[in-house]
Write a protein that binds this ligand. Structure first.
Ligand code: FES
Length: 150
């Protein structure tokens, strides 16, 4: 066990835990931030995507000891009261079906909009290709990103 001090959604959180513990478990089991989901556990589906210093990152394969001073943002910290333009667009367009993958989709999309405020379909598809949706909501996800970019 080691002591880690993490910046999570703008708050400083200290935790005593094994350094190889994946960030996803720290968030979900120790900090009760359960918006980030466990899908595959091997970095392949994107359900666990959070931001580290704004970069989309697979929390399921990121050991807590690798985080250092980087700032962690989860879906809970993306905006105050769920009012990020993507979250508004997701509601307006009923983007989710089962919803399980959508936090990861939104976190990846939010990082995309930061670097490309009006992304093309091609940019969206390229950026989100690692975020899988078993319900096949890809066209609505794309529409939601365009709506948020307006
Ligand atoms: Fe992390 Fe699938 S649960 S990428």
């Amino acid at each position: 066990m080691s002591q880690f001090t993490l910046s999570v959604n703008g708050e400083t959180r200290s935790i005593d835990i094994a350094g190889d513990t994946p960030l996803l478990w720290v968030l979900r089991d120790h900090l009760q931030l359960v918006g980030s989901k466990f899908g595959c556990g091997i970095g392949q589906c994107g359900a666990c995507t959070v931001h580290l210093d704004g970069e989309p990152t697979r929390a399921c394969i990121t050991p807590v000891s690798d985080i250092g001073q980087r700032k962690i943002t989860t879906i809970e910290g993306l905006s105050a009261n769920g009012e990020h333009p993507l979250q508004i667009a997701w509601r307006e367009l009923d983007v989710p079906q089962c919803g399980y993958c959508q936090a990861g989709q939104i976190m990846t999309a939010a990082a995309l909009l930061k670097k490309s405020p009006r992304p093309s379909d091609q940019e969206i598809d390229a950026e989100l290709e690692g975020n899988l949706c078993r319900c096949g909501t890809y066209l609505r996800i794309r529409a939601g990103i365009h709506r948020a970019a307006e």
